[in-house]
Structures are given as C-alpha cells and as structure tokens.
Design a protein around this ligand. Structure first.
Ligand code: URA
Length: 247
C-alpha cells in the first residue's frame, strides 16, 4: 500500500519526517530509479525500490504481536461503517501491521498482527495446517451425533470442512462450551459449522494459533512475540528462512 515517502524514510531510520521532507526537496530520494522531489509523493515500501543518496533504505524491522481482541472491533484496516479497528488498540507500534486472518466483529481472542507478509501467509494458508483453537458457547447440549458431524466435516458452500477436533469443555443445563480446533479459515467458519448442526454460537473466542496460547493476556492488550512464541505456532520449527528476532 502506498504511503508518503517521508513517513517511509522516517520508519526506515533515515531521519525524522521533517528532515526527510528536506531530503526529498533536495533530490536525494529516488523511487525505482527516479528522483522524487515532490514532498507528499507516495510509494509502496514493499513493492518499490526506495533509495536515499543512491543507497536502498533499510527494510522495516519485522514485528509480531499477539493481541487479545475484544468484541466490538473490526480486523479490517478501514471500515466503511467507522467501527473501532483492532489497530486503534496499538499505541507504541510505529510499523504498519496487518492482522493474520480475520476475527469477526463479535468474536474475541487471539489475533496475530505483523508486517511480515510471508509469515502471515504461512499461518493462514491451509497447506501449512496451522491449527486455530476456538472456544464457543452454544445453547443446549451437543449430542454425540452432532459431535461426530463436526469431526467428519460439515458442508459449507458446497465444500466439506476438514475434520475438526472437538472437545466439550463445560456443560450446563441449557448451554455447552465446546472447543473446536480447525486449520481452515473460511469466513465465519466456526459460527456456520455450529449453526449447521443446530447450535448457533452465543459467544466465540480464539484461544490459540498452533501451540501459541492466548493465556492470561487481558482483553484489549497485546504483547510482542519472541522467536520461541513463533516456533510454538509451527509446532517447534519455523518452516522457512527467517530473520531472527529475540528469543
Ligand atoms: N470462525 C468464526 O465463525 N468467526 C471467527 O471470527 C473466526 C472463526
């Protein structure tokens, strides 16, 4: 996504934004080999080759955050209805991060945010089979037969979902809390799976990505992930070359 050049330069550690504007006026900044002297011109920090004094600027430091998303926030980066965005919750993060997979407005829990597109894709893409764990409360009790259907896969949009791991966490007279582990990310998948067996979701929370658990992170808070945390997502090893971040 295109951003103002002075912002990109400042984030890459070249200078403050104000000084970067000076550098742009002085003709010291080029985008894809063409000098840009117009302050306010935009470039894409990922796609474009940006140089300062003919040297490529440093690529942005990679950052990985785990947020406990509250209900009532959208995971999109802009919302036509003007609802609160998860990125509004980030206060001291200069990098522009994006959510890894979506969580519905009315779903809470674990949401990864990063500026590392490669890692993000590998977590979302079903071929890497990164499990996502959800806790749903639904009305009534789940009969054995219904649990079997979830485990075998449910037809959604003409495709059967991959078998889910299902565990009953708590049963009350009129309500069940069920844990579902899936590795696909179809839109509103858990809600639609449970609705399809006659148990529409009352509340939904994502509690883990792979072996990385949300734990006791308070709602609305986030923490920076370490290398150990990232390995937990992929069951012990990172499946691609990866710039090291602190353990
Ligand atoms: N499944 C859903 O139905 N909603 C979510 O937010 C995530 C998974």
């Amino acid at each position: 996504m295109a951003e103002r050049l002075q912002k990109i330069l400042a984030r890459a550690g070249v200078s403050s934004r104000r000084t970067a504007e000076e550098y742009i006026r002085q003709g010291r900044v080029a985008v894809n080999g063409r000098v840009v002297c117009e302050v306010g011109a935009k470039a894409d920090p990922v796609m474009d080759r940006i140089t300062f004094d003919n040297k490529p600027i440093a690529s942005e430091e990679k950052i990985y955050l785990l947020l406990n998303k509250p209900v009532g926030y959208v995971t999109t980066l802009s919302d036509p209805q003007g609802r609160p965005k998860v990125t509004d919750l980030l206060v001291d993060i200069p990098q522009r991060v994006f959510p890894v997979g979506r969580l519905d407005y009315d779903t809470e829990g674990a949401l990864l945010l990063t500026n590392d597109g490669e890692l993000g894709n590998r977590i979302i893409h079903p071929s890497y089979e990164v499990n996502k764990t959800y806790e749903a409360t639904v009305p009534g009790r789940l009969a054995e037969e219904k649990i079997r259907l979830l485990k075998e896969g449910i037809l959604l949009d003409g495709h059967r979902t991959w078998p889910a791991q299902v565990k009953i966490l708590a049963e009350k007279k009129n309500e069940t809390t069920v844990e579902l582990i899936i590795h696909e990310g179809k839109k509103r998948q858990v809600r639609r799976m449970l609705a399809a067996i006659g148990h529409p979701v009352k509340t939904l929370k994502r509690t883990a990505y792979g072996g990385l658990k949300l734990g006791k992170l308070p709602s609305g808070s986030y923490r920076r992930l370490t290398m150990r945390d990232l390995k937990k997502i992929f069951s012990g090893k990172i499946p691609f070359t990866f710039k090291k971040i602190p353990d």
